[in-house]
Ligand binder design. Structure first.
Ligand code: NDP
Length: 453
């Protein structure tokens, strides 16, 4: 490793991917520094997965309290109250704790943390304020940032970044978009008693998910009181002292106390000076890399949200490990993007892995589809009108399970295990010969006997 340079590796961005790369590389003896301008742990820890899940728990607790009545508990409605500021404060304390853990993890690994905003002076030089650092390798792991569509009034729109620190809950809210963040936040708000409207420009939200899952989720969210409006977009927003009038493309208007955009995220490359050095950006603004995370400049690599691969923490973590092996290890291993499981923490949750029915048909498979829809056992006594859906997409010829999809309580927890089976190429016969765990919802995945098509 080069002794002429200050470091063997400087990583710009201490998010999931950057921190994993830093720790793995330092463990292999590399001299590593991470530059971070905002917070340790990146989007996931600070304004993403972690606080979102805590908010989902908080939101769902209201239903749990109601459901307890069917199990014999007396929960007088007038004695139930919710304190948003307490939830936010407790969440903030937990995030601070995690920031501290990240700091100590890096320190214990021997990684230098440099606070400040980085730019690249040349292919081996990073500038942070008035300091300059040289390195053999530089990795851009700067992540992504919410995008708000350009409509009149967009300046009064909040994004997930601000929602995590909202001083108080409004009575009504409009959530704009139909992807992961929109459905998760619509669920959080509605569960906390906010009259919530979700606006999506297409015919049905959650584009890219299995169609049955999309329809089923829409029906379940409507039952929980979320006003889902599809085929409509925001034209402009007028604001007057924390009151907003949202003008829609169908000519109608909504009065609301908050507008949140969850309309996608762009790569965060501002001010880095990448293009000046010859690093290419794609039409969507992502850093262009090859399968080894290499940009057009040999010493510069990039990973995570900034390169446009699935914007998921476990993907960035896996990329960090692959890149570390490549830079400082035996070089072996490539990133495998097949059958990446994901969960959407709307209420009820979605869990999904593998091909959707539409994708499998498009790929030319002759299919058997297994589908089970039922009332989760918990709701037999709670009386809640909530149902679950499970679906398997099976290749008729090979019997291989190509996709598993679920809407229902704990869908994310259940899908993680199913993902191992699908990744291993399990057949439907192997699912069938697996003994179920009773009584669970998960056992439906191994007891669906008759195909629906
Ligand atoms: P997504 O890309 O998932 O969804 C963006 C949504 O906004 C889509 O419905 C899109 O519509 C809509 N949209 C985009 N542009 C416009 C526009 N100009 N006007 C109106 N609507 C528009 O992004 P998110 O912001 O929800 O999340 C970003 C990423 O973060 C996700 O893709 C996911 O990878 C990750 N994430 C993962 C989570 C998890 O694992 N549980 C949780 C949260 C985020 P259309 O479909 O028509 O393009």
């Amino acid at each position: 490793m080069s002794e002429q340079q200050d470091y063997d590796l400087i990583i710009i961005g201490a998010g999931s991917g950057g921190v994993r790369l830093a720790r793995m590389s330092a463990a292999k003896g590399a001299r590593v520094a991470v530059v971070e301008s905002r917070y340790l742990g990146g989007t996931c820890v600070n304004v993403g997965c972690v606080p979102k899940k805590l908010f989902v728990y908080g939101s769902h607790a209201g239903e749990d309290i109601e459901d307890a009545a069917g199990y014999g508990w007396s929960v007088p409605g007038d004695q139930v109250s919710f304190d948003w500021t307490r939830l936010v404060a407790n969440k903030n304390a937990e995030i601070e704790r995690l920031n501290g853990i990240y700091g100590r993890m890096l320190e214990n690994a021997g990684v230098t943390v440099i606070e400040g905003t980085a730019s690249l002076a040349d292919a081996h030089t990073v500038v942070v304020g008035d300091r300059t650092f040289t390195s053999k390798h530089i990795t851009v792991a700067t992540g992504s940032w919410p995008v708000v569509p350009d409509v009149p009034g967009k300046e009064c729109v909040l994004t997930s970044n601000e929602m995590f620190y909202l001083p108080q809950l409004p009575r009504q809210a409009v959530v704009w978009g139909g992807g992961y963040i929109a459905v998760e936040f619509a669920g959080i708000l509605a569960g906390l008693g906010v009259e919530t409207t979700l606006l999506y420009r297409g015919e049905l939200f959650l584009r890219g998910f299995d169609d049955d899952i999309r329809e089923f989720t829409a029906a379940e969210m409507r039952k929980k009181g979320v006003d889902l409006r599809f085929g409509v977009n925001i034209e402009s927003i007028e604001s007057d002292n924390a009151h907003y009038v949202v003008n829609l493309t169908d000519g109608s208007h909504l009065n609301t106390g908050l507008v949140m955009a969850a309309t996608g995220r762009r790569a965060l490359v501002d001010g880095l000076g990448l293009e000046e050095l010859g690093v290419q950006l794609s039409a969507s603004g992502h850093v262009v890399v090859d399968e080894y995370f290499q940009t057009a400049v040999p010493s510069i690599t990039a990973l995570g949200d900034v390169i446009g691969t699935p914007q998921l923490t476990p993907v960035a973590l896996a990329q960090g490990m692959v890149l570390s092996r490549r830079l400082f290890g035996d070089g072996g291993g490539e990133m495998d993007y097949s059958s990446i499981p994901t969960a959407v923490f709307c209420q009820p949750n979605i869990g999904t892995v593998g091909l959707t029915e539409a994708e499998a048909r498009e790929a030319g498979h002759k299919l058997r589809i297994y589908r089970s829809e039922f009332k989760p056992m918990k709701h037999t006594l709670s009386g809640r009108d909530e149902r679950a859906l499970m679906k398997l997409v099976v290749d008729d010829e090979s019997d291989r399970v190509l996709g598993a999809h679920m809407v229902g309580p704990d869908a994310g927890e259940i899908t993680q295990g199913i993902a191992v089976a699908i990744k291993a190429g399990a057949t439907k016969a192997q699912f069938d010969s697996t003994v179920g765990i009773h009584p669970t919802s998960a056992e439906e995945f191994v007891t669906m006997r008759d195909p629906v098509t």
